[in-house]
Design a binder for this molecule. Sequence first.
Ligand SMILES: [Zn+2]
Length: 364
Amino acid sequence: MPFSDFHGNSDVVHTLREMLAREHFPHAVILSGPQGSGKFTLAQMVAKAMNCLERPVTDGLPDFCGHCANCVRIAEADALEERFAEAVEARENLRDADKRETRILVQAHPDVLIIPPDPPQMLVKVDQVRHVIHEIYYKPAEARERVYIFSDADFMKEAANSLLKVLEEPPEFATLFLLTDNPSALLPTIRSRCMHLRLAPVPAAEVEQYLAQVRPEWKPRERALVARVCGGGLGRARSFDLPAYLAARQDALTLLGPAMGTLDHSALFRVTDTYRSGAEGKAKTEQLIRTLYALLEDLLFLKAGTPEFVRNHDIQPELARMAAEADFPWIVSATQRLGEVESGMRRNLLRSLALDTFATSLER
Ligand SMILES: [Zn+2]
C-alpha cells in the first residue's frame, strides 16, 4: 500500500515526500491532527519510504514497495492497537519486580521503534525516553534511518525534559515523530525544535465517499452519520462500530429522557442496570459517556442556531424537541455532572448507581 492509499491531506503527504526526495528530512516532526486522522499511518509510511530496499518512485517522488524485508517488518506494527495490547499483556505476566522495570514499547523492525503512552496513566514515562536515548546514537543496523514514533506524545514532565536533550543534539541518521491531537500541550521548548505538520479533519463529504468504498454494506444515511460523528477522522470512520454506537445513543437518550419529561424512571433504571462492573462494562460506560457528551454538544449547536454542526443529524427532529426543552444553563450543568460521572468511573464507583444519580440530577 503506497502513499496513494493515504486519503486526504495530500498537501502534508506531498511535503513529507518532497523532504524525503531532497534528503533533508527534519530530525523531529510533530504530526498533529484529530483522532483517526491517520497520523500513525502516515508516520509508518514515511518510515517505510525511508528504509524501503526497492525505493520506488511514483509521481516523481519517493514511495515504498510494501513487500521488501524492511517494508514487511515495519508493517508488522501497522496494527498498533494489537501490538500495544500484546506488549501490555506480556508485562502483566511478569513477576512484580520485573513489571515495574518494564516499559511498554512496540518494535517490529530493529531500527523502527514505537513508543506508546504507558498505562495505566497513559503518559510517556522517563524510562521510555531513556530507552530511546540509549540506542538512538548507534547507527542503524538494517535500515538507513532510525525512526522513533511517539504514537501519542503526552509526556510526564521528566520524560519531556529528557526528550529535549535528544532534540538538542539529534544524530544524523535518526528521525523522531511526535503524534498528537493537542500540540499545544507539548512544551514550547520541544515544539520549537520540531517541524510541525497538521493533518486537517477530512471534510464529511469526502469521508462519506471513502466509506462508500470501504464500507459498502452501510446505507448512505449511516455513512453520513458515521462521517459526522468521527469528526473528519478517516481511520476512525472506517473501523467505526455502528451498532455499538447506536445502542449507546439509544441509552443516552433514555438517560436524558426524564429531564425532558418524556420517559418514565423504570425505563431509565432498566437501562442503567445493564452498565455493570468489569472490563466490558467499563468500555460500554465509556462509550455511553462519549455519546452523552456528543448529544449535549449537538443540543448546544441547535441552541446556538448552528444546526449544520449537529453530528447526530439523523435524529435532528428529536434533538430539536429536546433543545426546545433545555436552556443553556441546563446543558452546561449536565456537561459538568457528566464530568463528575467520568471521574467517578476512574475511582471505580458503582456504574449503574452513578448513572442513575446523573440522570435524576438533571430533572428540573
Ligand atoms: Zn520496500
